[in-house]
Write a protein that binds this ligand. Structure first.
Ligand code: SAH
Length: 253
């Protein structure tokens, strides 16, 4: 059954109103008819099965038929902090990271970030990233759409380390400190992975500088190795995320 995220104000006790691109999708792509069922989520606290009652142009009204349990969200809340990669790699990271189960993405700028950052284009790009997260969340049957933050500076990112229960700094030069061991002790110290906020920091194509590695550690990050192979920047976050969620028992483990 097709699912759609709608703004919370459009989901009442008895009806769900779908507008915009999603209304177009229901009417013209899915060619839905009155009486067909869809799943609608407000992305926050409710998800329902609803039957289509009105098929208007750009506005579809569906009657709430059943409240559904929200069980698709992982207990461990992983944020991928990703040094802005080249081209459209950030889109791939958001799309795949959403499927796997990340709850938030923070792009950031680091010393060796190769892309030219254009603040003027930021609003458009952020909108596109949000759209990708929403569509991937719908496709993956998530209950919530992951957040995508506007790009931060390295300094700003290091400030958010304090808010996390554990912050892992992916550093291919950190021989000997494997993610698994560090994660296990962090989970143990917290008494479980449920509700744990984890920050996973991934460097750019050219890697982190030694100074950044020192600053990250000083800010409270734990440097970790993701294995003996060097992963591309767009692979590292997805691999790290999968390892974290596997260890938390969220990947069918
Ligand atoms: N230093 C290399 C590669 C950078 S890989 C170079 O100069 O080409 C890009 C990013 O992916 C790194 O900054 C790191 O955060 C992450 N990464 C890749 N492979 C990794 C590994 N085996 N362990 C930990 N992090 C890794």
């Amino acid at each position: 059954m097709q699912r759609y995220f709608i703004p919370p104000g459009q989901l009442t006790a008895s009806e769900a109103v779908v507008t915009g691109d999603d209304a177009h999708h229901i009417a013209n792509v899915m060619r839905a008819r009155i009486g067909d069922s869809i799943i609608v989520s407000d992305g926050a606290s409710r998800e329902v099965r609803a039957t289509i009652a009105e098929l208007g142009k750009g506005r579809i009204v569906a009657a709430v038929a059943e409240e559904l349990p929200m069980t698709a969200e992982p207990g461990m809340r992983v944020t991928i902090a990703q040094s802005l990669p080249k081209g459209d790699k950030m889109e791939t990271i958001i799309q795949k990271g959403t499927e796997i189960g990340a709850v938030r993405f923070i792009p950031f700028l680091s010393e060796r970030t190769v892309v030219q950052y254009d603040a003027k284009k930021e609003t458009k790009r952020l909108e596109r990233w949000h759209k990708i997260a929403k569509e991937a969340a719908e496709q993956a049957h998530r209950n919530r759409v992951p957040e995508v933050e506007p790009p931060q500076t390295w300094k700003q990112l290091l400030q958010s380390v304090r808010e996390a229960d554990a912050a892992f700094f992916c550093y291919e030069k950190e021989a000997g400190t494997m993610l698994k061991r560090k994660l296990r002790s962090a989970i143990e110290a917290r008494g479980g992975a449920n509700g744990m906020n984890v920050l996973l920091i991934v460097g750019p194509e050219g890697g982190f500088s030694e100074r950044e590695a020192q600053e990250a550690e000083a800010a409270g990050c734990v440097p970790v190795l993701l294995g003996a192979r060097i992963l591309r920047t767009e692979t590292a976050g997805l691999v790290g995320l999968t390892c974290l969620l596997y260890e938390a028992g969220e990947m069918g483990g």
